[in-house]
Design a protein around this ligand. Structure first.
Ligand code: B3K
Ligand code: ZN
Length: 870
């Protein structure tokens, strides 16, 4: 199959001054007339993208073309002869009701909606489906008035005409030029809530959130989040909204989380609908951050857009960075950073170490939709964060101002962004930009020595980056490493070293640029303790053979809260790895007493912030273990982890129960950061206690399930019961089903609770659930919450005693035939293939070969799977 390359980029030979799109929506077909005003800038034939379209007619300047005048391939419409300036009118017919790929124009629960990013517009009409063609849109939508009372598109409402015959027609006009991937249309019978926001210059913006009738009361949290985002972007970056209306529409069948279409965001309903009965604290938090993310795209993505898809991180990395900063300001900055780094490690580090590793700005691809990865998004955000760390917050803001000054209304590149940040700050980012084209997670080795006779402390840092596909060797990265030296009682010491930078926020930085560098710190009368990579200031793997004494000291005393938690994870990881080794060698598992004592001290610490304490108590996950261990022996991972958890619970049974009782039932409906923190602490206490499997504890869990006053508590209890052999298990699951069976969003929780257990029969349960009436394989959320969740269940997916791989491959094949984007998202379950033991590896490869052997397999899935065979 064909690949596309960044190096083949060519500026367009045409420009489009405006386009008018006329939609006529019917039950069995939809007619689209696209009228564009085009200028030819240089000698060229006209080539337009178009797929799965039925062409009705083409006119140039009102003259109908005959079949000799053009050519149609499966992917393009080619017109060899066109004048310099012309009006192109193309009429096509579509069948949205049959569109299962959920890109282009499709139907979900009777609602017409669109998803054009990345290349869905070509399924609507023949057009230049590339982001560097920006044009003005006017849109008309005609449909049955009763069935589709709400007719929406981008920009300003012009008017709506009643056509008298039971049909009506809406007129929309978007004053801002945009690429076609930001086009959107929605037509349906929807409920709505309304509010408004007055911008800093006094513009009153009407805000509307649409959802299925009866669900609109669950849209208020999304609305609040939107208003907070609008305010934050004004306060933080001086960015103001630029239209009179901002609309969000919740749709049940949606491949991604949400889409930032200009003025008309279309959202997966799981990221809009929430109230305390139906949504967990994590859901509320996710909704706030995704609503913000899509809103922030209005400037980073829409006003300034991409030159080509290889630049995707230009908007995604930057916008993730912006939403992470927003969340940090709305909640607890320290806890937010811990969560963001956890997600980066689990998802992106694994991706960077696997067969599909790719740079933040990739050089080639088969399917553009495969670019929507953790690397482009989360690592991309880390790259922006490092820029901010290097130039400081003030410097970064100066750079952002410059970026909009230079590029508003343009389609640009990551190089343009780097220049806008670095130049006003007098920085050279030439080396820094290796972060954009080198893949892989750099490793930084730390070596220290202290010379008491000279009162000198010497730090030696070495970096290298493991090989990744197509990149056997790498040049050194420019790494901003935030650091301090601490005294015996935990005070930050004065740093006397001329190679240390202080950024505009007053933070101390090492800017490591060479493969190896040495730093000498003078006038230190005692050996200091190093606190390095504070706030996780660079996305690297730190290899540091620090003494246990130093690690425990930092876990208790580091003045950087991120590093305290990081040390807790590092020590915990060491303890778990010993246990894994013992489990693999069928030895007795011996718990490290010092670690046990330290965890007990945390549990008993009454002063520690609750949300932070919950993070301190978290043990490294199976996915973190999978990255550290050479062999993926998940049964041993599981044994080690549960044994350790149980030992901690046994030692602290009474204290954990006290924590639980102290916070359970306190402000069960409150959603402020404090309440979120104490719930997460008491629920983690409960999950430790559950490891004891004693009847008294299971009684508490069961009581929490039945008496829960919010979904966080109900879901925690249900997950624990679902993962147990308790007599209460089936009754709770049955009750949850009966209560929520008519609620598509909430049912996904029920699937996930059953797909993620460590019970031996999980695979059989998942198989049965795929036949359950509530499971619909054409609904992306169902596929993700049941199948993808099972694929991420390392213990049960890689169980040598089952045929999980074969079942999962069958499902990928089945989904792929209908919806390639969703199928491709399932494929990452096979990313650990190289770490499997020989027999398991052969089993997995056999399935991968089987899938790749299917001729009709989409290029999306093929691209991701075949790399595992290389
Ligand atoms: N830009 C969309 C993602 C669309 C995914 C297309 N396959 C959501 C976001 O990142 O904001
Ligand atoms: Zn985005």
């Amino acid at each position: 199959q064909e690949k596309i390359y960044l190096r083949d980029y060519k500026a367009p030979s045409f420009s489009v001054e405006s386009i008018n799109l006329d939609f006529n929506l019917n039950e069995d077909f939809c007619r689209v007339i696209a009228k564009s005003n085009i200028t030819k800038k240089e000698a060229a034939e006209l080539r337009l993208n178009g797929e799965e379209l039925k062409l009705v007619s083409i006119k140039i300047n009102d003259k109908v073309l005959t079949s000799q005048d053009y050519q149609i391939t499966g992917e393009e419409l080619i017109i060899p002869q066109v004048p310099e300036k012309f009006i192109l009118e193309i009429e096509t017919e579509l069948e949205p009701q049959k569109n299962t790929s959920l890109e282009g124009l499709y139907k979900s629960n009777g609602i017409f909606c669109t998803q054009c990013e990345a290349q869905g517009f070509r399924k609507i009409t023949y057009f230049f489906d590339r982001p560097d063609i920006m044009t003005s849109y006017s849109v008309t939508i005609e449909a049955d008035k009763k069935k589709y009372p709400v007719l929406l598109s981008n920009g300003d409402r012009v008017r709506i005409d009643d056509l008298g015959n039971g049909r009506h027609k809406a007129f929309w006009s978007d004053p801002h030029k945009k690429p076609c991937y930001l086009f959107a249309l929605v037509a349906g019978d929807l409920g709505v809530i309304r509010d408004n926001f007055v911008t800093k210059s006094g513009r009153k913006v009407n805000l509307e959130v649409y959802a299925a009738h009866g669900k609109q009361e669950r849209c208020w949290h999304a609305m609040d989040s939107l208003k907070k985002s609008m305010k934050w972007d004004e306060d933080t970056f001086n960015l103001e909204y630029d239209l009179n209306d901002y609309m969000i529409v919740a749709i049940d069948d949606f491949n991604a989380g949400a889409m930032e279409n200009k003025g008309l965001n279309v959202f997966n309903s799981r990221l809009v609908l929430a109230d305390s009965n139906s949504a967990t604290d994590v859901d509320f938090h996710a909704i706030e951050s995704v609503v913000a993310h899509e809103y922030f795209h209005n400037w980073t993505g829409n006003r300034v857009t991409l030159r080509d898809w290889f630049q995707l991180s230009l908007k995604e990395g930057l916008t993730v960075f912006r939403d992470q900063e927003f969340s940090a300001d709305m909640t607890d900055r320290g806890v937010q950073r811990i969560e963001d780094v956890d997600a980066l490690r689990v998802g992106q580090f694994a991706e960077d170490a696997g067969p599909n590793a790719h740079p933040v700005r990739p050089e080639s691809c088969m399917a553009v939709d495969n670019f929507f990865t953790m690397t482009i998004y989360e690592k991309g955000s880390e790259v922006i964060r490092m820029m901010q760390t290097i130039v400081g917050r003030k410097g970064f803001r100066k750079g952002m101002d410059e970026y909009f000054k230079r590029h508003d209304g343009q389609a640009v590149t990551t190089d343009d962004f780097a220049a806008a940040i670095s130049e006003p700050n007098g920085k050279d980012f030439t080396q820094f930009k290796r972060w954009y084209h080198q893949s892989g997670t750099p490793v930084v080795n730390v070596n220290e020595s202290y010379d008491s006779s000279k009162s000198e402390y010497t730090l030696t840092l070495e970096q290298h980056c493991p090989p990744t596909p197509n990149q056997p060797t790498k040049e050194p990265f420019h790494l901003p490493l935030m650091m301090e030296l601490l005294s015996k009682n935990g005070q930050e010491l004065k740093l006397e070293c001329d190679k240390i930078e202080t950024n505009s926020d007053g933070k101390h930085l090492i800017e490591l640029k060479e493969a190896k560098e040495t730093y000498v710190f003078k006038n230190l009368n005692e050996r200091p303790v190093l606190s390095i990579l504070r706030q996780f200031s660079a996305p690297v793997n730190l290899k540091w053979q620090a003494s246990q004494d130093d690690l425990y000291f930092l876990m208790e005393k580091d003045t950087d809260s991120f590093n305290r938690r990081e040390m807790a994870q590092k020590i915990g990881l060491g303890v778990l790895r010993q246990l894994i080794d013992q489990a693999r060698n069928k030895k007795d598992l011996v718990i490290d007493q010092r670690y046990l004592a330290a965890m007990s001290a945390i549990i008993r610490d009454e002063k520690m912030d609750h949300g932070f304490k919950a993070k301190m108590l978290q043990l490294p996950s199976h996915s973190v273990l999978a990255q550290e261990e050479a062999v993926l022996d998940t049964e041993s991972f599981h044994t080690a982890r549960t044994t350790l958890k149980k030992a901690i619970a046994k030692e602290n049974r009474q204290q954990l129960l006290e924590i639980y009782q102290k916070f359970h039932g306190v402000e069960p409906k409150s959603r402020d950061t404090k309440a979120f923190g104490h719930r997460s602490l008491k629920n983690s206490a409960l999950s430790y206690l559950a490891e004891l499997h004693d009847p008294e504890v299971l009684e508490v869990v069961n009581k929490q399930y039945w008496g829960a006053q919010n979904m966080t508590d109900r879901m925690t209890a249900m997950m624990i019961l679902a993962d147990s052999e308790s007599v209460h298990r089936d009754k709770a699951l049955h009750n949850f089903y009966e209560e929520w069976k008519n609620d598509a969003v909430v049912m996904n929780k029920w699937f996930t609770a059953q797909a993620t257990t460590s019970r031996k029969q999980t695979l059989e349960d998942v198989k049965t659930l795929t036949k359950h009436p509530a499971f619909n394989i054409t609904n992306p959320n169902n596929v993700y919450s049941l199948l993808r969740a099972f694929g991420a269940n390392l213990v049960r997916f890689h169980d040598p005693k089952t045929d999980a791989y074969e079942f999962y491959a069958d499902k990928i094949i089945e989904v792929d035939a209908k919806n390639p984007q969703v199928a491709a998202r399932l494929c990452s379950a096979f990313n650990f293939v190289q770490k499997l033991e020989p027999a398991m590896k052969e089993k997995a490869l056999k399935q991968i070969r089987r899938m790749v052997g299917i001729e009709a397999l989409s290029k999306n899935s093929r691209e991701l799977l075949q790399s595992a065979l290389a």
